[in-house]
Design a protein around this ligand. Structure first.
Ligand SMILES: [Zn+2]
Length: 273
């Protein structure tokens, strides 16, 4: 699942390829917008807002897309072979005379008036990588429902925008509590650190091809994906269990020694993401 840093990188790639250039190719392969033709219009910029991508196009239009679990935007030099997946997975093509951006498996693709972008992203909390970042508001949002599990509160993009399943587990490790701890039970000293810590993780990885939360090469993550290997700090076997509301369960990793707090009794030895 893409995190805010992945989406930010995708926005930058698209912006570099398309911004300031007139579209010579446009193909939106979703029924509602299949007849929309954007050729002849310049792309103004491409921005990430949380995990949403906003491609602003001359004439007051915004192409809104979301990658969800496995969507992606690839950029190709014209004449190069496209390699992002089979043709039937292509949802969008935007190209100029040099390069072509191809959106694969995009579960959300819609054309909006730029003035109506808030309909797509207005529900988002402060964006960890955005100009509107507000650490106090983000923390207040997380603590708003003190009974809610911290891991769930961190994933809720209405609280703060940009954290996905990997950073959820890593952040709870760095905070020294399990993701099942009620948000209101987070000790005050750690609650205070939470917004800055989350921002630091995403910022550190914004320009990196390989995500790292540990700062050390070869061991990029503290807990995510590491069950049942030993914790980097204490050598206890990392555990994994699903966390979610029943409709969307997410594999969640933690160290039972470094991270006190409630946790499910059952764990699986192996889990593929
Ligand atoms: Zn540990």
């Amino acid at each position: 699942m893409p995190e805010g840093d992945t989406v930010w990188q995708a926005a930058r790639r698209l912006d570099e390829a398309l911004a300031g250039r007139v579209l010579t190719r446009s193909d939106l392969r979703v029924p509602r917008f299949a007849t929309a033709d954007l050729t002849g219009r310049a792309v103004l910029d491409v921005a990430a807002r949380g995990k949403h991508l906003l491609t602003r196009i001359e004439g007051g239009l915004t192409l809104h897309s979301h990658l969800r679990m496995d969507g992606s935007w690839k950029v190709y030099e014209n004449g190069r072979r496209w390699s992002g997946g089979p043709g039937h997975q292509i949802r969008a093509i935007l190209g100029n005379t040099d390069r072509t951006a191809v959106g694969y498996r995009l579960p959300v693709l819609e054309l909006l008036r730029t003035a109506d972008e808030h309909r797509a992203v207005g529900h988002l909390g402060p964006d960890l990588l955005g100009p509107d970042w507000d650490p106090d508001q983000a923390l207040a949002n997380i603590l708003q429902d003190p009974t809610r599990e911290l891991g769930e509160a961190l994933l809720d993009q209405r609280n703060l925008a940009g954290i996905g399943n990997v950073y959820k587990s890593e952040l709870c490790f760095l905070l020294g509590v399990t993701p099942w701890l009620p948000a209101g039970a987070l000790p005050a000293d750690r609650a205070e650190k939470l917004p800055a810590l989350a921002k630091r993780l995403l910022e550190a990885n914004r320009d990196r091809p390989i995500r790292s939360t540990t700062g050390s090469r070869g061991q990029d993550l503290f807990v995510y994906g590491r069950a049942p290997r030993p914790c980097l700090r204490c050598r206890t076997s990392i555990r994994v269990a699903d966390q979610g509301d029943g409709s969307r369960e997410r594999p969640t990793y933690w160290c039972p020694t470094c991270q006190p707090g409630p946790a499910p009794a059952t764990t699986r030895r192996r889990h593929t993401n």
